[in-house]
Design a protein. Structure first.
Length: 207
């Protein structure tokens, strides 16, 4: 079927398509937030700068437009009849960049979820997002098992030692605080008014 738009009209139409905060992406964000999932957007420090980053689940989510990312076999992926070689080369580059980004994430220990826009229609959104939720929970379980086997996975080798030291200090803190408060109270003059700021300063220095 020939393109019904002129080259100028086609160029104007394509240039107005947003690359961030698209309707499918906002739909995914709202669903995740409404179901208790928290995330960050377009984190530059994460390879590929995913649309949605869920650090707790060590998962990156990409909400891909079917045309721009070349969703093979999808009705929404139809190359324009005008300037076809240009669009084909552009889509191929996008596909290659996507593959590279996904591999970088996997090599860095992240899980990747790709959600296609065609699966976010009115009748498909809920089943699609339910499957995403299942995948996220599986990723969280797998991460928990991995951390149990290797406690250094989410931080430096010194981190467990730091946590252990803080745990000991936290257990000792109530006893020390109790002693400092007792000393302060016994040293009080027979005054009816206590300076609360002085009280806190005394405790802080004593601890």
């Amino acid at each position: 079927m020939p393109d019904v738009l002129t080259p100028t009209q086609r160029h104007r139409c394509m240039s107005h398509i947003r690359s961030k905060a698209t309707k499918p992406e906002i739909l995914v964000r709202k669903w995740l937030w409404a179901h208790g999932y928290r995330y960050r957007l377009n984190v530059k420090s994460v390879p590929g700068k995913p649309d949605i980053v869920m650090r707790r689940y060590r998962t990156a989510i990409f909400v891909n437009g079917c045309f721009w990312h070349g969703h093979e076999g999808c009705k929404q992926f139809v190359l324009p009849k005008t300037n076809t070689p240009f669009w084909q080369a552009k889509i191929d580059r996008n596909r290659e960049r996507d593959r590279q980004n996904y591999q970088l994430l996997l090599d860095a220990g992240w899980q990747v979820i790709v959600i296609w826009a065609c699966n976010l229609t009115k009748d498909k959104t809920e089943p699609t997002m339910q499957q995403v939720a299942v995948t996220l929970n599986r990723n969280l379980l797998a991460l928990a098992k991995k951390m149990k086997k290797s406690p250094h996975i989410m931080g430096s080798p010194q981190e467990p030692a730091k946590r252990s030291a803080w745990g000991e200090r936290r257990q000792e803190l109530p006893r020390r605080l109790s002693g400092v408060v007792s000393t302060f109270v016994t040293s009080l003059p027979n005054a009816k008014v206590i300076d609360f700021r002085s009280f806190l300063t005394y405790i802080w220095r004593g601890i």
